[in-house]
Design a protein around this ligand. Structure first.
Ligand code: DC
Length: 226
């Protein structure tokens, strides 16, 4: 089969990772959560005592950072300066920091270059994020824009345990709204559907139903390509 690039974009809590992981497993290809790179920059800022709103300081930091994806039989791991940070980048303070540092143009430029290089170095890839279909792989074979109603997304995030019992559901909702606003309004590659993206609203669908729908699109694209 010829290599396939599948881009999944959309806001937080919409099920991009669940869908991406399942598609990649079906295709036997790599799955990349591009947000992990912005999270690694956020973690580096926190650990270095750098204010993540300080554009010059974060930019200087990211120029020196080594952020890499490492493929293992158990899935993709994320390394920051040679250290496996796959679990550490899921902490809630890192989630906030990632949202802020991802608005910095130079951070995006460096991360996008690495994401493209990764896509070029592997056979087929499913990559999820906010700008994969618009900026990272504008000529992806299939672009999915996954969306869901805001209250559905915050309920999912709350039930996923993102808050780890420390914050209420309405606080989860407020945080998601704030991150969405930042993603959609930033100057550098804001979250927006690519012109040729296929919109899938997962509000009323189970993860299996979303997968079923998108899988039939993948099959059609693969058949056309081969
Ligand atoms: O998908 P995520 O929650 O792991 O992403 C972390 C942050 O990175 C999120 O606030 C949005 C940002 N991000 C981005 O700007 N562009 C991407 N391609 C992926 C994530």
């Amino acid at each position: 089969m010829k290599p396939l690039i599948i881009a999944i974009d959309g806001p937080s809590g919409v099920g991009k990772s669940t869908l991406g992981r399942a598609l990649a497993a079906h295709l036997g290809c790599s799955f990349v959560e591009s947000g992990a790179m912005y999270r690694a920059v956020g973690l580096k800022s926190i650990e270095s005592g750098v204010d993540c709103r300080d554009v010059a300081a974060v930019t200087a930091l990211v120029e020196r950072a080594e952020i890499r994806f490492v493929e293992t039989p158990a899935g993709m791991r994320v390394h920051l300066d040679g250290r496996d940070v796959t679990e550490a980048i899921r902490a809630s303070d890192v989630t906030d920091a990632a949202s802020i540092v991802s608005t910095i143009p130079r951070v995006r430029e460096l991360m996008v270059a690495q994401q493209r290089a990764l896509g070029d170095s592997i056979h087929s890839v499913v990559m999820e994020g906010r700008d994969i279909g618009t900026v990272v792989f504008p000529s992806a074979d299939l672009k999915i824009y996954l969306d869901a109603a805001p209250d559905v997304r915050s309920t999912r995030r709350f039930n996923d345990g993102e808050s780890l019992g420390q914050i209420t559901k309405s606080e989860v909702q407020e945080q998601i709204e704030e991150r969405d606003r930042r993603d959609r309004t930033r100057q550098a590659s804001p979250l927006t559907p690519a012109d040729n993206a296929i919109h899938v609203d997962s509000s009323q669908l189970t993860a299996e139903e979303v997968l079923e729908r998108v899988w039939s699109m993948v099959e059609a694209v693969a058949a056309r390509k081969n």
